[in-house]
Design a protein around this ligand. Structure first.
Ligand SMILES: NC(=O)c1ccc[n+]([C@@H]2O[C@H](COP(=O)([O-])OP(=O)(O)OC[C@H]3O[C@@H](n4cnc5c(N)ncnc54)[C@H](OP(=O)(O)O)[C@@H]3O)[C@@H](O)[C@H]2O)c1
Length: 367
C-alpha cells in the first residue's frame, strides 16, 4: 500500500529518537548461527551498510578490495588486498559461509571470482541491478518473465563500470554466478538506492534544495511513480537472506508500492521543515528550453516508466521491509552540513537556470 503523506509524518515523528542512530545499528537481535562472510568491496556506498548490519547480527566479516577506496574505514576488519581483474591470490585457500559481491561489473571478473570461490563458500550473493532488464520490461513482468539487456560483444571491457552496457554486463555477471553456484546463487537487483552515504544527488538534491527554500522547480508529472530503497533496508535484508537461505533473483526496490512524486516531495519537505513551494513544470516544455538537462534521478526521464514500478513481490515475501522515506531523509540531512550545498546536492539545475526557467514558465502561463 502506498504510504500516505499523513503516515509519513506520523511515523517520522514516532521514530524521531531512533532516526539519530545509523539505520544499520538497528539490527533486530543476533543471528542464531554466526556466519563467516566475505565481502568483495565493502568500502563504497552500500558495503558499510552490509558490514555494520552483519556485525550487529554477530557475523564475522572479511573484506576484499584494492585498498583504494576509504582504506581506513574498517581498521578492525581483515582486508584481503587484490583486484577483481585477475589478482585474486589473497582469496586462495580460504573458506567462508557466504560471499557478497558488490564489485562485479564485468562478466570475466565475476566468472574468475565465482570459479575460484566455488567449493570455498556455500552461497554467492551477487549485487546486480534492475538495469539488467531490457527496455521491454512491462508492469506485468517479474524476475523470471522479463527479458535481459544485451550487448553486441559480451567480452567488451572497454567501457567504464557504469557505462552504457552496465545493465547488459550485470545480466551476464548474474549468469556466471548462477552457472557456477546453481541454486546457491542469489542475484539481488536493486533499483535506486539512497540513504546515508549515497554519493549521488538523486535524493540529496531535493533535501539540499528544500533547505535553501523559496520556489522549487520540479520537472515532470505530480503522479510520477518513484522507487527508492534505503541502503540500510536493502543491506539488512540481504544479510538476513544469507541467514535464511534465499536463492535466485530478487528485485530489490522500494517501497511496497512506488511513491508518487508529489506526496514524496511534500513528505520530504515536511521532514526538512522547509517552507519552500513546489512548482511542477512540464518535462517536454523544459526540454525545449534547455539542451543540457541535469540528472534528477527518476525525474531525469531516463528509461521507460516501468523502471520505477518494478515488481518486488518476491523480495517482500522474503522479509524486505522499508523505513519511511522521512527517516532516510533525516539520516541524510544530518550529513548535509559536511557536504557542499553549492551545487544543489549535485543534481537538478543550477540556481540561475532554475530561477530563469521558473520566471519563463510563469510568464508563459499568464500570456
Ligand atoms: N547505487 C545504486 O543506486 C545502485 C543501484 C543498483 C545496483 N547497484 C550496485 O550496487 C553495488 C555496490 O555499489 P556501491 O556504490 O556500493 O559500490 P562502490 O561504492 O563502488 O564500492 C565498490 C567497492 O568495491 C571495491 N572495488 C572496486 N573495484 C575493485 C576492483 N577492481 N577490485 C577489487 N575491489 C574493487 C572498492 O574498493 P577499492 O576501490 O579499494 O578496490 C569498494 O570497496 C554495485 O555493484 C552497483 O552496480 C547500485
Amino acid at each position: 500500500m502506498q504510504t500516505s503523506r499523513r503516515s509519513f509524518i506520523r511515523s517520522a515523528s514516532a521514530v524521531g529518537a531512533l532516526a539519530a542512530l545509523p539505520g544499520s545499528v538497528l539490527a533486530q537481535g543476533v543471528a542464531s548461527k554466526p556466519l563467516d562472510i566475505l565481502i568483495l568491496g565493502g568500502t563504497g556506498f552500500i558495503g558499510p551498510h552490509e558490514i555494520n548490519y552483519a556485525r550487529a547480527r554477530g557475523h564475522k566479516i572479511t573484506m576484499f578490495n584494492r585498498g583504494k577506496t576509504a582504506p581506513g574505514m574498517f581498521r578492525d576488519l581483515e582486508t584481503l588486498i587484490g583486484d577483481r581483474d585477475d589478482q585474486l591470490d589473497s582469496l586462495k585457500g580460504r573458506d567462508w559461509d557466504a560471499v557478497i559481491d558488490n564489485s562485479g561489473f564485468y562478466p570475466r571478473h565475476t566468472r574468475l571470482s565465482a570459479e575460484l570461490l566455488h567449493g570455498h563458500v556455500d552461497t554467492y550473493m551477487f549485487v546486480s541491478s534492475i538495469s539488467a532488464y531490457a527496455d521491454s520490461l512491462t508492469l506485468d513482468d517479474d524476475e523470471f518473465s522479463a527479458a535481459y539487456a544485451v550487448m553486441d560483444d559480451p567480452s567488451d571491457e572497454s567501457e567504464s563500470i557504469y557505462g552504457p552496457t552496465y545493465g547488459a554486463r550485470k545480466a551476464l555477471c548474474e549468469q556466471e554466478v548462477t552457472r557456477v553456484f546453481g541454486d546457491k546463487a542469489i542475484n539481488i537487483r536493486p533499483g535506486i538506492i539512497t540513504g546515508t552515504g549515497d554519493p549521488t544527488g538523486r535524493l540529496r538534491h531535493w533535501l539540499v534544495r528544500m533547505q535553501i527554500g523559496n520556489e522549487i522547480l520540479v520537472p515532470g508529472q505530480e503522479d510520477l511513480p518513484v522507487q527508492y530503497i534505503d541502503a540500510s533496508d536493502l543491506c539488512g535484508w540481504m544479510v538476513r537472506m544469507l541467514e535464511d537461505g534465499g536463492s535466485g533473483p530478487y528485485n530489490a526496490v522500494g517501497a511496497e508500492e512506488p511513491y508518487r512524486a508529489r506526496p514524496l516531495l511534500e513528505g520530504l519537505r515536511d521532514a526538512t521543515g522547509s517552507k519552500s513551494t513546489l512548482t511542477w513544470i512540464d518535462w517536454e516544455w523544459i526540454r525545449q528550453e534547455v539542451a543540457d538537462i541535469p540528472s534528477y534521478g527518476p525525474w531525469y526521464g531516463q528509461g521507460p516508466i516501468p523502471f520505477m514500478q518494478v515488481n518486488n513481490d518476491r523480495a517482500l515475501a522474503t522479509g524486505l521491509t522499508f523505513r519511511p522515506i522521512e527517516d532516510t531523509a533525516k539520516d541524510m540531512i544530518a550529513m548535509l552540513d559536511q557536504r557542499s550545498v553549492s551545487q544543489f546536492g549535485r543534481g537538478g539545475f543550477d540556481p540561475k537556470t532554475e530561477a530563469a526557467l521558473l520566471k519563463k514558465w510563469h510568464s508563459s502561463r499568464h500570456r
